[in-house]
Design a protein around this ligand. Structure first.
Ligand SMILES: *[C@@H]1O[C@H](CO)[C@@H](O)[C@H](O)[C@H]1NC(C)=O
Length: 271
C-alpha cells in the first residue's frame, strides 16, 4: 500500500502544478501557483485575502484593512511574483476573469456600494492622503504621455509605469481590470456628473482609460514575463516530471488505488 499512496501523492502534486502547456495558456494560473510556491508571496497573499474576504463588524467588508493588506503585498512581496499576478497576459476570458478577481475587487475596488461615484470623490480623498498622493504623482510622472519623446511616453517608462500602477492598488484610487475580454483598466468611478470640474475628472480618469503609455507597458509585460518566474516554474515542472517518470516506471498501478486515481482525475479542475 505504500507504493500506492506514494504514487497518489505524486499524482496529486502533478495535478496541483498542472502541465506546462496549460500554464502557458493561462498565465494567471501560473502566476498564482508561483506565488503559492514562494513562502513570502504566499503569506502576504493569505493576509490580504483574509482581510478582504473577512466580514467587517458592520456587515460589508473592511475596505481600509483590505487595502492596507494589498499595499503590504505589493510593498513587501517579491516584485516578479506580485507583478506576474497583476499583469499576467491573457488570451481567454477565463484567464482575464481570474486576473480581474485576483485582488478581491468586491472589497478593494468597488467596495460594497453598487453604483460608482464621481471620480472627483476618490481623487479628492487621494490628494488629501499622505499614502495616496505621492503614489498618484508617481503614476502621473511615469505613465502619463509626454509630447517630447518619439513614442509620446516617458523614456524607458514601461517598468517604472508598471511599478507606479501597482503602487496604486490599495489606495483611494485603486484601479482594476474593467472586464474579462480586454486588458482595459480604470478606477471605480465615472465623470458623468462632474460639473465645472469635468476636465479635471476626465484628465484623471483618462490616465487609466485613454493612455497608450500605460496600455503599452501592460502589453509589454508579456515580453518582460519575469525570468525568475519562468525559471521557478520550469524547475518545479522538471522536478515533478522526473519523479513521476521514476515512480511510474518501477511501480505498476495496483488495483487498490486505481479507483482513487480515477476519482482524482475526474475532479481535476478545468482551466
Ligand atoms: C465574463 O464576464 C461576464 C460578465 O460579467 C460573465 O457573465 C462571464 O461569466 C465571465 N466569463 C468568465 C469566463 O468568467
Amino acid at each position: 500500500m505504500a507504493h500506492c499512496s506514494g504514487l497518489l501523492i505524486l499524482l496529486l502534486l502533478q495535478l496541483l502544478l498542472r502541465s506546462p502547456s496549460s500554464a502557458a495558456r493561462n498565465r494567471c494560473v501560473a502566476a498564482a501557483e508561483a506565488c503559492t510556491a514562494d513562502a513570502r508571496c504566499q503569506r502576504l497573499r493569505a493576509q490580504y485575502v483574509a482581510q478582504c474576504l473577512g466580514p467587517a463588524a458592520s456587515g460589508g467588508c473592511a475596505q481600509d484593512r483590505c487595502r492596507r493588506a494589498l499595499r503590504r503585498f505589493f510593498a513587501r512581496g517579491p516584485q516578479a511574483l506580485t507583478h506576474a499576478l497583476l499583469f499576467c497576459p491573457c488570451a481567454s476570458p477565463a484567464c482575464a476573469e481570474r486576473r480581474r478577481q485576483t485582488f478581491v475587487p468586491a472589497c478593494a475596488f468597488s467596495g460594497p456600494g453598487s453604483a460608482p461615484p464621481s471620480c472627483l470623490a476618490p481623487l479628492d480623498t487621494c490628494e488629501h492622503s499622505r499614502v495616496c498622493r505621492p503614489r498618484l504623482l508617481a503614476f502621473q510622472a511615469s505613465c502619463a504621455p509626454v509630447p517630447s519623446t518619439p513614442d509620446g511616453c516617458p523614456r524607458d517608462q514601461a517598468p517604472r509605469c508598471l511599478r507606479a500602477y501597482a503602487g496604486l492598488v490599495g489606495t483611494a484610487v485603486t484601479p482594476n481590470y474593467v472586464d474579462n475580454v480586454s486588458a482595459r483598466v480604470a478606477p471605480w468611478c465615472h465623470c458623468g456628473v462632474s460639473g465645472n470640474r469635468r476636465d479635471e475628472c476626465e484628465a484623471f480618469r483618462g490616465l487609466f482609460t485613454r493612455n497608450h503609455c500605460l496600455d503599452g507597458a501592460i502589453q509589454a509585460f508579456d515580453s518582460l514575463w519575469p525570468l525568475v518566474l519562468q525559471e521557478k516554474w520550469n524547475s518545479l515542472q522538471d522536478l515533478e516530471h522526473s519523479r513521476l517518470q521514476v515512480s511510474s516506471a518501477d511501480r505498476p498501478l495496483e488495483g487498490c488505488c486505481l479507483l482513487t486515481l480515477l476519482l482524482v482525475l475526474t475532479l481535476q479542475p478545468q482551466l
